[in-house]
Design a protein around this ligand. Structure first.
Ligand SMILES: C[S@@+](CC[C@H](N)C(=O)[O-])C[C@H]1O[C@@H](n2cnc3c(N)ncnc32)[C@H](O)[C@@H]1O
Length: 276
């Protein structure tokens, strides 16, 4: 169990539930100071109170213990030797370079950077890179990869659901991540990314797409409720007012997790151009 993750989860869920520390304390029959200590990570809730705490906060005891499904899955993969996704940069990275070659340190944001292979590649090419992921293990590995390659990457742990860019980027990139975002939240997310893209900047992303003939990947996240494959073409719709450079849908073979399977993916590279 992880005190800091637990502290974060309690504080986040309490605020989302619109409860003050005092109200949460009262509903559990504990002191307000106890809740405050849980939230700043100096004490841990008694094991007997966890189920009730989870119910009041509308979450699970697993999540309170820092064993949230998706994080646990990826922490498990990234905690092992080697690089789970390899070290070869994603094909889109090369497409991006053709469109906005690093003639100056264009600012790149990599959302859900995993173990950092693409973020480090961009940094090696001369871009100014910021990257985040939900997995602490992924971020630690990405930091080591950057250090090994003697490049600087601004890396930190963050949750796509809370994170909104605090500055403009020239390139916002995300590969293999956005299927964790439920459909209702996608338009807001894309609008926020578009707003935080500099003029003539690009958004480059790919999303897994649902097809009746594609079965669940063997190493897919264990918690099915967290996976939300996109509808064919849905991503392109959110960018209807941008200039498309790459807009493709493809079915491809994959061997992640050691078992051959297929995916269907939509890829978009769109540019924010001034309206005439
Ligand atoms: C299929 S991997 C792709 C990793 C990387 N983009 C790559 O192509 O190598 C999906 C990544 O999304 C991250 N992820 C899942 N949910 C996330 C969230 N809510 N916020 C940030 N990252 C998340 C996972 O930790 C994982 O590293």
């Amino acid at each position: 169990m992880d005190h800091l993750k637990t502290a974060e989860v309690i504080s986040k869920r309490r605020k989302e539930s619109g409860l003050t520390q005092n109200q949460l304390a009262q509903s559990l029959g504990v002191s307000f100071q106890a809740v405050s200590k849980w939230e700043n990570g100096t004490a841990y809730p008694d094991i007997a109170i966890l189920p009730k705490l989870a119910a009041v906060l509308n979450t699970t005891t697993d999540a309170l213990l820092g064993y949230g499904g998706v994080v646990a899955d990826y922490d498990g993969r990234y905690g092992k030797e080697g690089y789970y996704w390899g070290l070869t940069p994603n094909r889109i990275c090369y497409d991006i370079m053709k469109l906005l070659p690093p003639i100056k340190p264009y600012r790149v944001l990599d959302m859900g950077c995993g173990e950092g292979k693409d973020a480090v590649f961009f940094a090696k090419c001369g871009y100014a890179v910021t990257a985040f992921d939900l997995s602490e293990q992924g971020i630690e590995k990405a930091k080591r990869l950057a250090e090994h390659n003697k490049v600087e990457v601004r890396l930190f742990r963050a949750d796509l659901f809370d994170y909104r860019p605090d500055t403009e980027y020239d390139i916002i990139f995300s590969s293999g991540v956005l299927h964790f975002v439920p459909e209702q939240q996608r338009k807001d997310l894309c609008d926020s990314l578009k707003e935080h893209t500099a003029d003539n900047g690009i958004n480059a992303m790919n999303v897994f797409v649902e097809k009746p003939f594609i079965t669940r990947a063997p190493d897919s996240t264990r918690d099915e409720s967290k996976r939300h494959p996109w509808r064919s073409g849905e991503l392109f719709g959110y960018y209807h007012d941008w200039l498309f450079h790459v807009c493709r849908e493809e079915v491809f073979d994959c061997n992640s997790g050691g078992k051959p399977h297929k995916h269907c993916m939509d890829t978009l590279i769109a540019q924010k151009v001034e309206k005439c």
